[in-house]
Structures are given as C-alpha cells and as structure tokens.
Design a protein around this ligand. Structure first.
Ligand code: SAM
Length: 263
C-alpha cells in the first residue's frame, strides 16, 4: 500500500500525499533535496583515501544529481541506492548519458537493508536522505559496511541556533524531530564511532537556486497536467509552504554536511 511507505519518503512534510504523484513531481527536477555540484566537491575535498579499487555507496541517491558529480571526480566503483524504481530508472539513464555506466550503478533498495558486505566500502555518501531512518540510526547501522579508515559524508537538516520561533520549531518537530544543533550532531557522529573530520553549512543557493527554483517551473507543469486533482493541488501548496518557511526562517536552520572517518 504505497501511502504506507510514504512517511519514510522524500520530503518530510509531504508524507501524507500520494506516493506516485510525489515521485512524478520530483522526477521532473534535477535534485530531490538541497545541494549543488560545488558543495558535493567541497565535501569531497576532505576525503583522501580513494583509488581505482575503491568501493563507494550513495544512499538515497534520487535521480543522481550528486552521484554524477562525484563520479566525475573520484576513481573506483559507485553503487547508488534509492527506494523508488522511477528515480533509479532516471539515474541509470543519466549514468549512461555521462558514460559512467561501467562504474556507476543505480539499484532499487532500502537504506535499512543495504546489500553490502561487512567492511566493504571506502566511502558512504548520502545527501539529504539519512533522515528517512534517522541520523543516529543511519550512522550506527551503516558503519559496519565501512572499512576502518573509510569515510562517511552526509548532509542533514540542522538547527543553527539553540532556540527558534515556534512556527518553524513546530514544523520540524512534525516533519523530522531528530533535527538538532550542529554540535549535538557532531557529538552523535563521534559516539557512533567516527572521527568528525569536517562540518560546514550549505549556502542558501543550494536551497533557492538548486532546489526551489527548478521546482517553480515543475509546479506549473504539474498543476496544468493535474488540473482539478485535489491531491496534486495539495502537494504543490505544501511545497510552496515549505519554500516560504525557508525564506522566512533560513537564519534558524539549513542543511549541514557532516564528514567523518571510521575509527
Ligand atoms: N540525494 C538526492 C538529492 O540530494 O538530490 C535525493 C534526496 S531526497 C530529499 C531523499 C531520497 O531518499 C529520495 O530520493 C527518496 O526516494 C529516498 N528514500 C526515501 N526512503 C528511502 C529508503 N528507505 N531507502 C533508500 N532511499 C530512500
């Protein structure tokens, strides 16, 4: 029953909407979460253990925006996983378009049941997706697939301040109660058995230019196609509401990259 899966899917606040509509909507944009090629490369600059033999996983890859950037700048094999077959179909088409098909492979799977061996991976990448099982659970469970000395690079919603206005606090408590401050997240990373190597805040353009702006055109197209469909209308209103909240409260929260090394 698709709507049962939806709470662990995609964009926090839209969990009550029809699963297939959500997939279709997000299939029409290059990224399914905030980020940019520059920021993927900045996070990558802290990682120095990769060779042609390296094995890399990109978890919750979506249609592969960040994976294609990674693939162009790292040696080794990349396996990318997402729950949604349609995203993986688009992902593998993109991999071929960039001629990465020999070393970049998208597969359908779930982040709570990964198909890797113990200590197989040199690098685990995951942009804006670990919230689906929670930051701490993901860090703990995924660690066993990393070699000692291997890296993890995760982007995750985080508070910038100790306190914030009720409206935005309530929004996030409903959407993802595990959102926390940067020092608390760093401490969680250390407790899970990683050396915190670097953290940095994604610039606003990762939200405005790379995530929300492409959605504006996608929203128009979607509303035209589904004119009169209440669920589709609500999905778009919800996305627009989230965008407005970001504009209003962006000094209180954002995405942060956390890079750690397994000890
Ligand atoms: N990494 C991509 C990006 O930054 O553009 C996508 C981020 S999007 C906010 C979250 C992704 O997690 C979606 O592609 C969604 O399909 C995927 N996802 C949700 N639950 C999942 C699960 N249990 N296992 C794997 N992927 C999942």
């Amino acid at each position: 029953e698709p709507s049962e899966l939806a709470p662990s899917s995609l964009n926090r606040s839209i969990h009550e909407f029809d699963f297939n509509l959500i997939c279709e909507y997000f299939s029409n944009v290059e990224r399914q979460g905030p980020g940019s090629p520059e920021i993927t490369l900045k996070a990558l600059s802290f990682i120095n253990n990769l060779t042609d033999e390296s094995r890399i996983a990109d978890i919750g890859c979506g249609t592969g925006g960040q994976t294609m950037t990674l693939a162009g700048h790292v040696p080794g094999q990349i396996v990318a996983i997402d729950l949604f077959p349609e995203f993986i179909r688009i992902f593998n088409r993109n991999a071929e378009r960039f001629n990465f098909q020999d070393r970049v492979k998208g597969i359908v799977g779930s982040m709570d049941n990964l198909p890797f061996q113990k200590e197989e991976l040199d690098l685990i990448w995951s942009e804006g997706a670990i919230y689906n099982i929670g930051f701490q659970r993901g860090l703990n469970e995924w660690r066993e697939f990393l070699k000692t000395g291997g890296y993890i690079a995760i982007s995750e919603a985080s508070w910038f301040t100790g306190e914030r206005p009720a409206e935005i606090n309530d929004f996030w408590m409903d959407a993802y109660p595990e959102i926390d401050t940067i020092p608390n997240k760093v401490a969680q990373m250390q407790e899970a058995g990683y050396i915190p190597v670097s953290t940095f805040i994604l610039p606003e353009t990762c939200w405005t230019e790379h995530f929300y702006a492409p959605q504006i055109a996608a929203q128009e197209k979607f509303l035209t196609k589904y004119a009169g469909n209440k669920t589709a209308g609500e999905l778009i209103s919800n996305q627009r509401h989230e965008m407005q909240l970001y504009d209003k409260y962006k000094s209180f929260y954002g995405y942060v990259f956390y890079i750690g090394k397994k000890i």
